[in-house]
Design a protein around this ligand. Structure first.
Ligand SMILES: Cc1cc2nc3c(=O)[nH]c(=O)nc-3n(C[C@H](O)[C@H](O)[C@H](O)COP(=O)(O)O)c2cc1C
Length: 153
């Protein structure tokens, strides 16, 4: 059975990504039956600092426990659904940082997208496709885009 990681895109207090990710996981389980397992990987749970590995991730020489924990979780996935908001026409820095920590764990796998934002999140997803091209992650053309309202936490 395939294991699909549903990756959250934001970490701020009052964020929506973990709530949307839970909804995506629920819908995916309803639609896919026992063909795949869907696990939410909330980047906030991994408490990653700003990238602090001395060796570029492509070398696979991870030194810190937080990197190894994150690598193990991502490596266990056969594919991904990224649930990302749009921040200033791109993805949140926290998601870019979480991606930058790893390399081979993203490679030769497929990724789909759920984007959201003030006007739908399409620009964030477009940027994420370019980033994932560099980690050798194949991206699916279809995507889900949602308009969200900004609210005070
Ligand atoms: C720093 C920041 C920048 C934003 N920039 C954009 C933007 O460029 N385009 C857009 O449509 N929405 C933008 N928004 C609105 C967010 O996409 C929207 O509030 C979304 O729900 C935030 O996701 P989150 O709740 O998971 O943090 C921005 C919000 C923040 C906090």
């Amino acid at each position: 059975m395939l294991t699909i990681g549903i990756i959250t895109g934001s970490t701020r207090p009052g964020r929506k990504s973990h709530l949307i990710a839970k909804g995506v996981a629920h819908a995916a389980r309803e639609n896919c039956g026992d063909r795949a397992t869907f696990n939410v990987l909330d980047i906030a749970d991994f408490d990653l600092p700003m990238l602090d590995e001395p060796v570029p991730a492509i070398m696979g020489d991870y030194r810190h426990a937080h990197t190894k924990t994150w690598a193990k979780a991502v490596d266990a996935c056969d594919g991904f659904i990224f649930v990302t908001p749009e921040y200033n026409h791109s993805i949140p820095g926290a998601l870019k940082n979480a991606i930058d920590f790893l390399y081979s764990e993203w490679s030769d796998k497929a990724a789909g997208f759920v984007g959201y934002g003030g006007i739908g999140g399409a620009r964030a997803v477009e940027q994420l496709r370019l980033i994932l091209a560099e980690t050798r992650t194949a991206t699916v053309r279809s995507q889900v885009l949602m308009t969200s309202q900004t609210s005070k936490a």
